[in-house]
Design a protein around this ligand. Structure first.
Ligand code: 3PG
Length: 210
């Protein structure tokens, strides 16, 4: 159950964090990101249409690996799983949330930003965690420091990651991928500029592979 997250975090070096305010944006946005080389999509449960967006993208966008973000409670786990989420992402981790995710059988990338949180999840068998909010919680130096005593855990840093700093994160041995919202800016979604979004995705993928 914990290992299935490996397939998700290793499928792409950059994970777009998507806040979809209009259901009509869901499919063209996802298609643009996948076409730009970013197939792993995190749809945050922060908007009313998020669950419908997960359902639609799963049905209509070939090659997408669709997960739910902002999964904060056991109830969020239930609705994300019911919508067909292939993975779950949370900003932090509580025992109740982790229990619910494990019981659901859908892999979760739980959020942490301290050694004690990392150790608590290691004790439950987790090897992949989200480091959030990455920049505000110490960024690259913090992850480097955590990697000293706790090298077996790999992270997906998210929160303040950008085209400018993604390679410094990805060059760390304990970073498997990064996440961020910069490839899906609300202005480009509102103007329907899907080709500009595809370009942002392509740039992110290229920067990650350098
Ligand atoms: C989030 O959950 O909002 C993500 O961490 C995205 O952060 P970002 O907007 O700084 O990329």
């Amino acid at each position: 159950m914990h290992t299935a997250i490996e397939r998700v975090v290793q499928a792409a070096p950059v994970v777009p964090v998507m806040v979809i305010e209009n259901i009509e944006h869901a499919v063209p946005l996802a298609k643009a990101l996948v076409a730009g080389g970013l197939p792993v999509l995190e749809i945050t449960l922060r908007t009313e249409c998020a669950l419908e967006a997960i359902r639609l993208i799963k049905r209509e966008v070939d090659g997408a690996i669709v997960g739910a973000g902002t999964v904060n409670t056991p109830a969020d786990v239930d609705r994300a799983v019911a919508a067909g989420s292939e993975f779950l992402v949370s900003p932090g981790s509580t025992p109740d949330l982790i229990d619910a995710a494990i019981a659901s059988g859908v892999p979760i990338l739980p959020g942490v930003n301290s050694p004690s949180e990392v150790m608590a999840l290691m004790a439950r068998g987790f090897k992949y965690l989200k480091f959030f909010p990455a920049e505000a919680a110490g960024g690259v130096p913090m992850l480097k420091s955590i990697g000293g005593p706790l090298p077996q855990v790999k992270f997906c840093p998210t929160g303040g990651v950008s085209l400018k700093n993604l390679s410094s994160y990805l060059s760390l041995p304990n970073v498997v991928c990064v996440g961020g919202s910069w490839m899906a800016p609300v202005e480009l979604m509102r103007s329907g500029d899907w080709s500009a979004i595809e370009t942002l995705a392509r740039e992110a993928r290229a920067a990650a592979e350098q």
